[in-house]
Design a protein around this ligand. Structure first.
Ligand code: IPE
Ligand code: IPE
Ligand code: MG
Length: 253
């Protein structure tokens, strides 16, 4: 991207209608590498700075009473990156799970993960499962981290398991509808996102939540993820509040 970055401080938080805040916000946290490159730092430093932004945005979502926050942190395609970057990203997840647990408990945040846990390091997987279990009953916000996540992989996994249940007679073909398919996805039990934000300037979905975003409002901004802060989130929510969602119907008279 050759466009100059807008100053991260240049956004002033707009007034929001707190009764119409999206229930589920999903974010493609992009731009960590470019943020680091612009400062002459290694890409891993960008990911570390990105974790700070995650903390700020969890806090802001708590304040705005968002119910579910889904963060795209590692895609099934991100294994194509150099091994040292992949390793840094895995290490960061492990560290964050240790460092943040106390704050998650204090803030009443329930931790969930969407993605293929089977191919993660067994120790990391165990750590994830422990934090999921410990935070299970926290009532304030669901933090759903999409890790080793791919929308197509998720659908393939769902088709396999649904296929098994069809073959065994556990479910009959006529009973398969949108709700049933939804129960086989990693996001089972969560509402579809109302708002999808992508930072970092690219305007694409990159294999994120392909089934779930059928009627989600999309919002793209130039700011690199490590610079994303509460006023940027507020700007995205304000824009959402100006949209008219029709779901294929017509405006109310
Ligand atoms: C997003 O930032 C974080 C991950 C994909 C893990 P990038 O690392 O993709 O940053 P850019 O897009 O190269 O700037
Ligand atoms: C999407 O960003 C994945 C995450 C933010 C985890 P990428 O940087 O991997 O996406 P592309 O390669 O630009 O499409
Ligand atoms: Mg990127």
């Amino acid at each position: 991207m050759s466009d100059p970055q807008p100053s991260p401080q240049s956004v002033i938080a707009p007034a929001l209608d707190l009764a119409r805040v999206p229930s589920h916000i999903a974010i493609i946290m992009d731009g960590n590498g470019r943020w680091a490159a612009a400062r002459g730092l290694p890409r891993a430093a960008g990911h570390r700075a990105g974790l700070e932004a995650v903390r700020r945005i969890i806090e802001a979502c708590r304040e705005y009473r968002v119910r579910v926050l889904t963060l795209y942190a590692f895609s099934t395609e991100n294994w194509r990156r150099p091994p040292d970057e992949v390793e840094a990203l895995m290490r960061l997840l492990g560290e964050a799970l240790v460092d943040e647990l106390e704050d998650l408990m204090e803030a009443g945040v329930q931790f969930r993960m969407s993605g293929d846990l089977d191919t993660l390091e067994p120790a990391l997987r165990k750590q994830v499962e422990q934090v999921v279990a410990v935070t299970h009953d926290n009532p304030n916000l669901v933090l759903n981290v999409a890790y080793n996540y791919g929308g197509r992989a998720e659908i393939i996994d769902a088709v396999r398991r649904l296929g098994r249940d069809l073959a065994s007679g556990h479910i009959i073909p006529q009973a398969v509808d949108e709700a049933v398919v939804g129960r086989y996805l990693y996001t089972a039990g969560l509402p579809d996102p109302d708002l999808l934000i992508r930072t970092g300037g690219e305007q694409r979905v990159s294999n994120f939540l392909l089934w779930q975003i059928a009627y989600t409002e999309l919002y793209f901004c130039e700011v690199y993820w490590p610079d994303f802060d509460k006023p940027h989130l507020a700007a995205a929510i304000a824009e959402y509040q100006h949209r008219r969602r029709r779901f294929g119907g017509i405006e109310d008279a």
